[in-house]
Design a protein around this ligand. Structure first.
Ligand SMILES: [Zn+2]
Length: 917
């Protein structure tokens, strides 16, 4: 076949291919459930057409590739075979006129008839695939290669690629390479090379593992070590060394590398394979068929096809060295680990030598341990290396001059005398000491917040690590990770509350995660997390300790003895400090949610509080700020920056914060912290938070005796009782401002609450023993006695509080109060409370302080509560029981005529007043 007719033939095939493509598209449009094979035909023929287009281009260039064309265009050769197959395929497809018709039946019939022809079509596609490979190979093969030897057999093509050299132009090769190498890590390599200190890393060359890997049969070497051990810099040095080795050995030796990097925020498996293949193709100065196929096929190649392509490239060399640095920075990394195993152990890659570096994570260790020789960076050879490195750094350090003389001497001394046995501790210490002085305070706070965050997440059960990240736009910090913006805000808050001259040093820094990495170096790990929000994808960095040993060292007694003692971390003290920041920060921002304030009082919140037995000082903070809503957001979300991310800020803790907003001091409290104390009592009815707060300040329980004078909004406390007040009454009462004057503990005692408040008060009475008047407390607390749903003779938490107060000698009447405890109990139809008081010897005819001004509807809120708390079950039986018990204990003139309201009784002035309101 002469070139001209060959060209004409190619044109004819291209036209036939176009017709098949059109038919397939129409078929897919006309028949909704078109056989899936049609899609396959469409894809195959489309890629074939792309190859044919290239062939046509070459054939029309006179004098170009005649040998190749001759081979392809010979009788019964690939071009002719291709033409025949494609025409046959066209006939199998329903004709265009049928597909264009409106008749669904016809279209359906053609779908059925296609199914019958299915196997024939598959055979044709296979045939075409074979021709496509042959043509592609011819296109990419050097003219020195004897094309006449090419057979249509795919197997033979695979073997033939061993020595092929591409016939593509430099520009075409470049294009292909650019397409292939989506992630270029050359810059990372150069950066690491620049940080290399001459002389370091030599220890590895002396190890037997290295020799075996470089020269003998060890296929995979895993270099692992703690963060900061210098793995990446070491890797760059090894790469350069092996490059030289390959140059020396000649072109059949090749070397490629890839640096995984957290900033890529991707599973590095495919980018790594693409980059390695591209680098090897450059060294091969050719493009193997499998690689070219990837390119022609376009899109994102599958792992399988990439591995096939790599296999083909590697087969062109005698030895290929591949370096993969920082496997741990791939996120996720399952695919990468799988690929690594294939490269290190698969028989098809036996010419490959892989060197991987990573931190010591369990999953990596599991994956690497049985397929690789390991080199730990924790050895004495390396210690010398680190010492050399740190010394070099110290020498170069421009800020070093400003370091205190003794500190500098200590570092240098330690380096020169102990260079042989440097421990992990010493490594960390050196990292800390190497830190610029002006950023030390910042770094200290960062490390402290990481510790607090870690502790909190360890004690809160059920926080799923990024559980709903993929489903929700709300970012949920999980495990040990804190989102960077949150961390910065937390640090800024603590810095602001710290000594002014401590905090001001840091004002000039623009906070971002790069700076964080730079300052905190290898003590922390910054991870980029992908957040999907509808159609847009955003990234957020989060931070955690690089290794558990970092925190261990910071909290150890060892650090206190060393030069980095200023970084020592006292968890209890730090947590107390942070708890304050969190509570105050949260109450300051709570008003931003007032519109989202849920209508319920947050029963769940109290249930959670009640269900948690432990009351260490941390618990109440967790409960208040994180609560059961942890899966929806954690305490860190209470900072303004993060509110923007928060979709559903409804947390019962917020309602508690909102309540405290209306409380105002009429008289300045004697010390500023009393204001917080009062609000905390209001926030946390268990009282644990305020006790912890005092403890963190080093204050004593006598603070509870301190007098306060304040105003508060009744809505914060009074619950409407069904059937007792109308909604309208309730609303108007809600807006009322009430006044409280008394001790801090009395304030706490008079706040109504559930069973937990009883427990809390009971504990508080023990805690503040000797600093309160039991009579006043009893008077203020008896209206809170909720003895619902249990038998009058049984004891609830409130009963225990009452008994305790009575044991302490509580009297029913308190000077200044117009009503006494017994009157309140009777007014509330509180049979159990009344019984307890009478049993304890309270005078059944007690009528309060007749001259008292507190506790009348005009003077104070006591009776108002009693009114609101009025028992629902004001039944006849209760009246009778009340009357009976009062008479039994000697009440005079107490009558309870059937059907008559007992509040008419002379002896119960409290009830008269209630009735009149
Ligand atoms: Zn009770």
């Amino acid at each position: 076949m002469d070139p001209v007719s060959a060209t004409a033939n190619i044109v004819a095939i291209v036209q036939a291919a176009n017709r098949v493509i059109t038919l397939c598209k129409k078929f897919l449009e006309a028949v909704r459930d078109a056989p899936s094979d049609i899609r396959l035909v469409l894809v195959e023929i489309s890629t074939l057409r792309a190859v044919l287009d290239n062939l046509h281009f070459l054939a029309s260039e006179s004098g170009r590739s005649t040998a190749a064309l001759d081979a392809l265009a010979r009788d019964h050769g690939p071009i002719e075979g291709c033409r025949k197959a494609i025409l046959e395929l066209e006939h199998l497809l329903p004709s265009e006129s049928i597909l264009s018709t409106e008749s669904k039946t016809k279209a359906l019939l053609s779908a059925i008839s296609w199914t019958l022809k299915d196997s024939k079509a598959k055979a044709l596609l296979d045939e075409l695939r074979g021709y496509k490979s042959t043509i592609t190979l011819a296109l990419t093969t050097d003219s020195v290669f004897d094309l006449k030897d090419i057979k249509a057999s795919t197997d033979e093509i695979q073997t033939a690629t061993k020595v092929i050299r591409a016939a593509l132009s430099d520009v075409q090769r470049q294009q292909l390479n650019n397409w292939l190498q989506v992630t270029d890590t050359t810059r990372l390599h150069e950066k690491a090379c620049a940080e290399y200190e001459p002389g370091t890393g030599e220890w590895l060359f002396r190890s037997p593992e290295w020799f075996s890997w470089l020269e003998e049969e060890t296929r995979c070497l895993w270099v692992h070590g703690i963060p900061g051990a210098g793995k990446t810099v070491l890797a760059s040095h090894l790469i350069e060394t092996v490059k030289d080795h390959c140059l020396y050995r000649g072109p059949s030796y090749a070397c490629a590398y890839y640096y995984c990097y957290f900033g890529h925020a991707q599973d590095e498996a495919r980018p790594m394979l693409r980059s390695v293949i591209a680098q090897l193709c450059r060294q091969l100065r050719g493009i193997p068929v499998a690689v070219y196929d990837l390119y022609l096929h376009g899109g994102e190649p599958s792992l399988t096809s990439l591995l096939l392509a790599l296999e083909e490239v590697v087969s062109a060399f005698d030895r290929v060295f591949v370096f993969i640095d920082a496997v741990d920075e791939s996120s996720p990394r399952q695919d990468l680990l799988r690929v690594l195993r294939d490269l290190a152990a698969g028989s098809r890659f036996d010419k490959l030598r892989v060197l991987a570096t990573s931190r010591e994570y369990i999953d990596i260790e599991d994956s690497m341990s049985d397929i690789s020789a390991q080199i730990s960076m924790r050895n004495s050879l390396l210690d010398q290396d680190i010492a050399r490195y740190v010394r070099a750094k110290l020498d170069q350090h421009s800020r070093m001059k400003r370091w205190p003389e003794d500190l500098r001497d200590m570092v240098l001394d330690a380096l020169s005398t102990k260079a042989n046995g440097m421990t992990l501790d010493e490594t960390y210490e050196r990292i800390l000491l190497n830190m610029p002085e002006e950023s030390r305070v910042f770094v200290q706070h960062v490390l402290q917040w990481l510790s607090t965050h870690r502790t909190i997440h360890q004690v809160i059960p059920g926080v799923q690590h990024r559980a709903s990240l993929s489903r929700s736009p709300v970012y949920i910090p999980g495990g040990d990770n804190i989102p960077c913006p949150v961390l910065f805000e937390a640090v800024e808050k603590t810095l602001a509350s710290a000594d002014a001259d401590e905090g001001t040093n840091f004002c000039d820094y623009a906070l971002d995660d790069e700076l964080l990495r730079e300052l905190c170096g290898c003590l922390i790990t910054v991870t980029k997390v992908r957040i999907r929000d509808g159609s847009t994808t955003e990234y957020m960095s989060d931070v955690t300790f690089a290794h558990y040993t970092v925190l261990e060292f910071l909290e150890s007694s060892r650090i206190r003895r060393g030069a980095a003692a200023s970084f020592a971390l006292d968890r209890e003290r730090v947590m107390a400090e942070h708890a304050k920041v969190l509570v105050l920060g949260a109450s300051a921002t709570a008003d931003r949610w007032s519109s989202a304030w849920p209508d319920n009082r947050g029963i769940d919140f109290y249930d959670i509080l009640a269900s948690m037995g432990s009351t260490t000082w941390l618990d109440p903070v967790l409960q208040l700020l994180d609560t059961h809503a942890a899966p929806r957001g954690s305490y860190f979300w209470y900072t303004p920056t993060c509110l923007e991310f928060l979709e559903n800020p409804i947390s019962p803790a917020i309602t508690a914060f909102l309540r405290t907003r209306e409380t105002k001091f009429l008289e300045q409290p004697p010390e500023p912290h009393f204001e917080n104390l009062v609000r905390m009592l209001q926030l946390d009815e268990s009282g644990s938070l305020s006790r912890a707060y005092l403890a963190s300040l080093g204050r004593l329980s006598d603070d509870f005796a301190c007098q306060v004078d304040l105003e508060f909004q009744s809505a914060a406390f009074f619950e409407p009782v069904a059937g007792n007040v109308s909604d309208e009454q309730w609303r108007s009462q809600s807006l009322e401002i009430l006044r409280f004057k008394g001790s801090v503990l009395e304030w706490y005692a008079h706040l109504p609450g559930g069973p937990l408040a009883h427990q809390g008060l009971y504990k508080m009475l023990e805690f503040a023993a000797g600093h309160f008047d039991p009579s006043t407390i009893m008077l203020l607390t008896i209206a809170n006695h909720q003895h619902d749903n249990i038998a009058p003779a049984a004891q609830c938490g409130g009963c225990l509080v009452l008994k305790h107060l009575l044991r302490l000698g509580a009297q029913a009447t308190v000077p200044g109060y117009a009503v006494g405890s017994l009157q309140i109990a009777v007014a509330r139809r509180d049979l159990a409370g009344t019984g307890l008081l009478l049993e304890a010897g309270v005078d059944p005819n007690d009528i309060g302080d007749v001259d008292g001004e507190i506790g009348t509807p005009d003077r104070g809120p006591i009776l108002r509560w009693a009114s609101n708390m009025w028992s629902q079950s004001s039944q006849k039986a209760t009246y009778e029981s009340l009357a009976a018990i009062l008479i039994q204990y000697g009440a005079r003139d107490f009558t309870s005529p059937m059907g008559e309201d007992p509040s008419r009784s002379r002896e119960t002035p409290a009830e008269e007043e209630l009735a009149s309101t």
